[in-house]
Design a protein around this ligand. Structure first.
Ligand code: SF4
Length: 317
């Protein structure tokens, strides 16, 4: 695989924003012309939860188009159905956008794993070093590197000291569910093993049990995940967020193209005020209550992701 990467010649990280960089399509390995790597719209957009949904205020960082992990439930396939993964490099624009946001808002929270996994492009683009440099330059912003591919982190990432405004947030599902629906992502064990490396290096690590996928064996699957998390040390996490499976309306066509295990869409879904489809509230409450009972004992702050005020109320959150 030929990679042209001027970053490799940089003595330090300070040149990242001016570097001329490459991208290779994963399948064809053909370089894409640089013009295609200039992001046309803004890199940062406020997370739009839609009416009736409560969650943390955050900005979504859109460094790339498509994600190579191809999780079965991911909305990205519906947005970019045939697009090859692509990483944008017009990073000086991003720096300017951050300056504008900071002038309006104290301590912005930047989610760098919503539009693609935060480490998806590390092999080709040293994406984690770019995010590191952003966090270093903007200590008044918090950057969440959300991931199901932490094992892809480039080795150079650990040459730098840990930053307290850069959080490594791993998204986990039980091994059986992960191997069925997250086939391009790291296995549960690979995620936990890589996460231990971040933790040992001094990073804050967070846990995202999101999206929870319901099945008849829900309690068995998620019970075994808790058993594994106890072995890992659940108190190592600085916070935990849980959230149920949800779909945007235009995702159904993309889902129909997948060869999904029969359990996946066997539950009934209900459309919320925000236009997304979720399990019926009783199913969601059952899942959340099962997890909360175990999580509350461990003393780590827990919150609910992308949920209604009614759900929060019913769970006492
Ligand atoms: S890792 Fe995240 S962004 Fe990538 S396909 Fe899976 S859910 Fe989507």
């Amino acid at each position: 695989m030929h990679i042209h990467n001027d970053l490799q010649n940089e003595p330090g990280l300070s040149g990242l924003f001016d570097s001329v960089v490459y991208f290779s399509d994963e399948k064809q390995l053909t370089p894409v012309v640089p013009r295609a790597l200039v992001r046309r719209g803004p890199f940062l957009a406020p997370y739009d939860y839609g009416p009736g949904i409560t969650d943390r205020r955050q900005w979504v960082l859109r460094l790339s188009q498509a994600c190579p992990a191809h999780c079965a439930y991911c909305y990205i396939k519906a947005v970019f159905p045939d697009a090859p993964p692509r990483f944008f490099y017009s990073l000086s624009d991003l720096d300017q956008e951050l300056a504008v946001i900071k002038a309006q808002e104290k301590h912005p929270y930047i989610n760098a794993g919503e539009n693609a996994d935060s480490f998806a492009f590390d092999e080709q683009a040293k994406q984690s070093l770019i995010l590191y440099e952003l966090a270093r330059k903007h200590p008044d912003c918090t950057f969440e590197l959300r991931t199901k591919l932490p094992s892809r982190v480039c080795r150079d990432f650990f040459l730098q000291p840990a930053l307290m405004n850069l959080i490594i947030a791993v998204s986990l599902n039980p091994a059986e569910i992960s191997s069925a629906y997250e086939i391009g992502a790291d296995s549960l064990e690979e995620r936990l093993s890589a996460l231990e490396g971040f933790y040992q290096h001094g990073y804050r690590i967070s846990l995202r049990l999101d999206p929870l996928i319901y099945s008849r064996d829900f309690e068995k699957h998620y019970g075994s995940l808790f058993f594994r998390l106890d072995e890992f040390g659940i108190r190592k996490f600085s916070d935990i967020q849980i959230g149920g499976l949800r779909f945007a309306r235009n995702q159904y066509a993309a889902l129909a193209r997948e060869k999904l295990p029969p359990d996946f869409l066997s539950g009934e879904f209900v459309k919320g005020l925000d236009g997304k489809w979720r399990y019926f509230i009783d199913v969601r409450l059952k899942m959340y209550a099962f997890l909360l009972e175990r999580l509350k004992r461990c003393g780590v702050p827990v919150s609910l992701s992308n949920e209604t005020a009614k759900c929060h109320r019913r769970l006492g959150l």
